[in-house]
Design a protein. Structure first.
Lengths: 311, 277
């Protein structure tokens, strides 16, 4: 195989009549024209994705007088971090002017236990479903898949009634329970699919050696599940952090997560709209999942792909 | 544990459907009124607008998302430089909350602050672009924001699908003199059925659940122009305190999901049967 062949099999965008010329003989000029178009498209697309965030960052560093001038794309003339400090400490929702920071701590208090509990439950569930098939396991699994597709609105009201009848509605434990339940379908699927790929012989050998349900789980399965656990953590942390609906319904006012606080700060109708503060607040809210995204890199993509493989 | 989770879903749905047949107002009652709530629901213009909106929004955003995502994936697959950089850029909005997405686009499209003001300042004073304040165009703005947030994922899934296609096929098609675009359309795309289905299902789920985006970007307005079923249900059970009708609406939301799942289940079952036969 020569180098010419390798370039020829590349799916080049315009190669309609290349066959007539044979697969050999690269055509640098045409290809480079195509390449320019290719990169132009990609760069334009990248701009579409980047410009809104550029506007946000730039605006959040400007003072209000400068914003009123309307030069949306200009870099800040006198960069100031005051809006960021205001967003964190003083931004108002109605009469409370504590900024976003309480929301941040609430989000942490909601996210950490929800992630830990839901992943522990889901890994045990996935393990049991894969290796200890019990009666009705398939039906249960089918219902779980179904649960991944149910619109939240269908279950919300009965959940409100159920939680308030046990006194957990509008409380921190309540919202954690809700997140755990709604994380269960997708996470269990994730773990089940992962464990299903493990050779059964491994499990059988451990059984022959006399290991029980928990022993196999802790000593064999858990050490092997590090990669899938990382994916699950990424999926859950970003998902729960970004949640709005459950937060506003189930957490109760003192426990409102960051997203709810943000929406209240920004869409509040009283007073002058401080765009710079609002944008700083928005960036702060988006910061946690974004950091996770950029740190985790390819794992994040894998998480999406794994989460996408349903059933 | 799994029983609890499944139980919550099953029992929750059961109660939702049950209450949809009652005259519940603020609190659930067991005063059954038959299909009266459904009749009132389908006579409510706000609900009708919501249903129209979700169809329009769904078709628009899924189509655009798929086309745009596929184009991005194809272009990304040309052994370009800086692939990781481009991938990060296309995908990062997905890491953000839909609330954040909604707010970002609300500002970009804000007539006094965003694009319109900026371009007028540059001297194009007749430039008019304020889709969010116009009832006819607000939905398009939601679609654009949805694409901004979600097309990166479609790209990632379809790119994985493209990478899974055997190089030999490209080679064979090239030897046979088939134009690249035809190879894409007639050979490669059908081979990526799985990836397309995955992306499509993900899109559908997010369309049915679209709530945060609407709340942050338009609040359902102007007027009721961008109301959606998900928003409608929440409004009924919280602000308008009409649980019976809200549950009727929720049940209507569940129906299409059930139909699609049943369809998928039958397909899967038939394939399994063929495989075992």
């Amino acid at each position: 195989m020569t180098a010419g062949q390798i370039t020829a099999i590349q799916p080049v965008q315009e190669g309609q009549d290349q066959a007539g010329a044979g697969p050999f003989g690269p055509k640098p000029r045409r290809i480079s024209a195509g390449r320019i178009g290719l990169y132009a498209f990609l760069v334009v697309a990248a701009l579409f994705f980047l410009i809104p965030v550029y506007i946000m960052i730039v605006t959040s560093l400007k003072g209000m007088p400068e914003i009123r001038l309307g030069h949306l794309f200009n870099l800040p003339g006198e960069p100031t971090f005051q809006p960021w400090a205001d967003a964190w400490l003083h931004a108002c929702t109605g009469r409370d002017c504590n900024g976003l920071s309480p929301g941040f701590y609430n989000s942490v208090k909601i996210t950490l236990p929800s992630v830990v509990i839901s992943i522990i439950c889901a890994s045990v569930n996935g393990y049991a479903l894969t290796f200890w098939p019990y009666r009705g396991a398939n039906l249960l699994f089918g219902l779980l898949v179904f649960g991944a597709f149910v619109p939240y609105q269908v279950v919300i009201y009965p959940l409100i009634i159920g939680l308030s009848s046990v006194g957990l509605f509008a409380s921190l434990p309540g919202i954690i329970i809700v997140h755990t339940i709604f994380g269960m379908p997708i996470l269990t699927l994730l773990f089940r699919n992962f464990y299903a790929a493990i050779p059964v012989e491994l499990f059988k050998a451990a059984r022959v050696d006399g290991a029980g349900f928990w022993r196999i789980f802790f000593h064999i399965m858990l050490p092997m599940s590090v990669p899938i656990t990382v994916v699950a953590v990424i999926l859950q942390v970003t998902g729960i952090w970004n949640d709005f609906l459950f937060g506003i319904v189930f957490a109760g006012r003192p426990n409102w997560p960051m997203t709810v606080q943000l929406n209240n700060i920004v869409n509040t109708t009283t007073g002058v709209r401080e765009y710079n503060v609002n944008m700083a607040a928005t960036i702060l809210t988006a910061a946690v999942p974004l950091i996770i995204y950029f740190v985790s890199g390819r794992w994040f993509v894998r998480g999406i792909a794994a989460g996408a493989v349903k059933g | 544990m799994i029983l609890v989770a499944v139980g919550v879903f099953v029992i929750g749905i059961g109660f939702s459907v049950l209450w949809s047949f009652t005259s519940s107002k603020l609190f659930p009652t067991y005063d059954f009124v038959g299909l009266a709530q459904y009749r009132r629901l389908w006579a409510d213009s706000r609900w009708l607008v919501s249903v129209n909106n979700i169809w329009f929004f769904g078709l628009m955003s899924i189509t655009c998302n798929m086309v745009f995502g596929y184009l991005l994936a194809v272009f990304m697959d040309q052994r370009i430089r800086q692939e990781d950089l481009f991938r990060s850029i296309f995908l990062y909005p997905f890491a953000m909350s839909l609330i954040v997405t909604g707010l970002v686009w609300q500002w970009v499209l804000d007539p006094n602050l965003g694009l319109q003001a900026a371009l007028r300042n540059l001297g194009w004073s007749s430039f008019s672009f304020a889709p969010l304040v116009d009832a006819d165009t607000a939905l398009y703005a939601l679609v654009v924001a949805g694409i901004w947030q979600g097309s990166g994922v479609t790209m990632a899934i379809l790119l994985a699908g493209l990478r899974g296609v055997d190089e030999e096929i490209w080679k064979a098609a090239r030897v046979d003199g088939i134009p690249t675009w035809r190879t894409h359309m007639s050979i490669v795309a059908p081979m990526m059925k799985g990836a397309f289905a995955t992306a499509f299902v993900l899109q559908c789920v997010s369309v049915v659940r679209v709530y945060d985006l609407v709340i942050a970007m338009t609040g359902g307005g102007p007027g009721i122009a961008t109301s959606m079923p998900a928003v409608y249900v929440i409004q009924l059970i919280t602000v308008r305190q009409n649980v019976g009708q809200g549950m009727a609406a929720a049940t209507m939301m569940l129906l299409p999901v059930l139909v699609v799942l049943a369809f998928g289940g039958i397909l899967l079952w038939r394939r399994n049967r063929e495989a075992s036969a």
